[in-house]
Design a protein around this ligand. Structure first.
Ligand code: AMP
Ligand code: MG
Length: 269
């Protein structure tokens, strides 16, 4: 599958109502075939990560955004099956702490970007500052509206300094969100994932859609592209996410570092 079909070309005006959430476009196969392909990609990802870690020259940042129950946690656990925990870091961005609020909104994100040899995954991110913050009017429009430019400049700086950035938006339908919320309510093992406040967020679906559309339209750049992944089917979401991340890493031409001179043919006695 060529994951480029899911990439938002810079300057596109995104209308999420026209983008499918349930399709399996680009893959000719069923769920079983999709899962098998995902397993191959995920093991390739583990191998690429070993080379990235060994080489200690490249950095990868994966940003995940989605509506509630969009599948961020599931995508992360699927993608990172098999990677070495050393060299991989997942950061979940929650409501900011007092210390975080005392700084500019990019401060907490910048502290978590990958070092050389690392893959960093952002479960939510600095984009919350143009999503929940916008929808709840936590700051005036004048303040959030200039953040798209800040974010593009911040990500450009990271990219110029050697960080590869890929951003995944999990595109869920409100119908599928309802199904997943109901599961969280009905299954005691999933209660912890549900907060009553999730219903207030759901009631603001259209406001979030508008905020997601502006995010995608204004911050998909050549140096940090957004991919919109149909997310109603878990297996397809995991497949596309793996394709995007693996194809991004393949482009880096990673390989294991050269051995120290004299190692070839050396026999340990
Ligand atoms: P969860 O991902 O379900 O653990 O929820 C984390 C919550 O933190 C979500 O409701 C987010 O919208 C919220 N959150 C994340 N970043 C921010 C932010 N910058 N300002 C306000 N709320 C945030
Ligand atoms: Mg939640």
């Amino acid at each position: 599958m060529n994951p480029n079909r899911f990439r938002i070309e810079p300057g596109t005006d995104v209308d999420l109502r026209k983008v499918p959430t349930r399709s399996t476009e680009g893959f000719d196969g069923d769920k079983v075939a999709g899962r098998a392909r995902t397993a191959e990609l995920v093991s390739r990802l583990a191998e690429l990560q070993r080379m990235l870690f060994a080489g200690s020259t490249e950095r990868l940042l994966v940003v995940l955004q989605a509506p509630d129950a969009g599948g961020k946690d599931g995508t992360i656990s699927s993608l990172l099956t098999g990677v070495n925990p050393q060299g991989t870091r997942v950061t979940s961005f929650k409501q900011p702490s007092d210390e975080e609020l005392a700084h500019d909104y990019l401060w907490r994100a910048h502290r978590q970007v990958p070092a050389k040899g690392e893959i960093a995954v952002f479960n939510r991110s600095h984009y919350e500052d143009v999503l929940v913050v916008r929808v709840h009017e936590l700051v005036p429009e004048k303040v959030w509206s200039r953040r798209y430019d800040h974010i593009n400049a911040f990500e450009k700086m990271l990219a110029d300094e050697g960080t590869t950035i890929v951003k995944l938006f999990l595109h869920l339908s409100p119908e599928e969100q309802a199904v997943r919320f109901q599961e969280r309510i009905d299954d005691p093992a999933k209660h912890w994932k549900f907060r009553m406040g999730d219903l207030d967020e759901r009631a603001r679906w259209d406001d979030y859609r508008a905020a997601f559309e502006d995010m995608l339209s204004r911050t998909s750049t050549p140096w940090a592209p957004w991919y919109v992944i149909p997310a109603d089917r878990t297996w397809f979401r995991n497949l596309v996410a793996a394709e995007v991340v693996v194809s991004t890493l393949e482009r880096l031409g990673l390989r294991y570092p050269d051995p120290e001179p004299g190692i070839e043919g050396l026999k340990i006695v």
